[in-house]
Design a protein around this ligand. Structure first.
Ligand code: HEC
Length: 187
């Protein structure tokens, strides 16, 4: 990265030092990014409390309910319906078939009790929400777990450390060859 003193004095326009202006702009961007990061991390926490997963420090992304659908799943044992959504970086990688997923890709799995419709018996619909699970790609920060940070939340609160110790093992056992991600883009 260009050091501040190095960039100063480059791009001179009418006596104004563009390098200097760029520096200030860069600093502003960093400040905004840092602030946004704080909002992201604190989004689902009660006032004064952080809702980050143990081990990984992953939070619930504030805007995930607006993300695109990747696929759905049903697990009989837990009697759950699930929807998996991805942010723009994840969806782009899915469409392009890019593996591994790029840094910044985030996948969120929402789960609900599988309940019979009261309005049409043969149909099963989402009941109460059970968990929200998050995988965030950061290949440096999470290099020991395939580049993924994990978070599992019930009512917006992270579950305990023991549960977080199981995430990577199962994903690695099942889908190591698919960058540790089970869900494929539903046609
Ligand atoms: C025993 C195996 C197992 C464990 C343990 C597990 N997962 Fe998964 N996970 C799955 C399967 C299978 C799917 C595919 C969708 C489904 O069936 O719900 C999945 C899907 C996901 C997804 C959607 C992306 C993908 O890979 O399809 C996320 C996010 C996720 N899991 C997070 C977690 C987190 C966080 C933990 C730990 C708290 C965890 N998982 C533990 C098996 C597991």
């Amino acid at each position: 990265m260009r050091s501040p003193s190095h960039s100063k004095g480059h791009w001179q326009f009418g006596g104004r030092t563009m390098g200097h202006a760029m520096n200030r702009a860069a600093r502003l961007v960093i400040l905004i990014a840092a602030t946004a990061g704080t909002v992201f991390l604190r989004s689902s926490a009660a006032p004064g409390e952080l809702a980050l997963s143990p081990i990984f420090g992953v939070g619930i992304p504030p805007d995930y309910r607006h993300w695109e659908l990747v696929g759905v799943a049903h697990e009989t044992g837990l009697d759950e319906l699930r929807g998996i959504v991805g942010n723009a970086a994840a969806i782009e990688a899915y469409r392009a078939g890019t593996l591994p997923f790029p840094d910044g890709a985030i996948l969120v799995k929402l789960a609900w009790k599988h309940v019979q419709s009261t309005e049409f018996e043969p149909a099963f619909v989402p009941g109460p929400a059970t968990t929200v699970q998050v995988m965030v790609k950061d290949s440096k920060r999470y290099s020991s777990t395939g580049g993924w940070g994990f978070g599992r939340f019930i009512d917006g609160r992270p579950v305990d450390e023991a549960q977080h110790q199981t995430c990577f093992g199962c994903h690695a056992a099942g889908v190591k060859q698919h960058d540790f991600v089970f869900t494929r883009l539903a046609p």
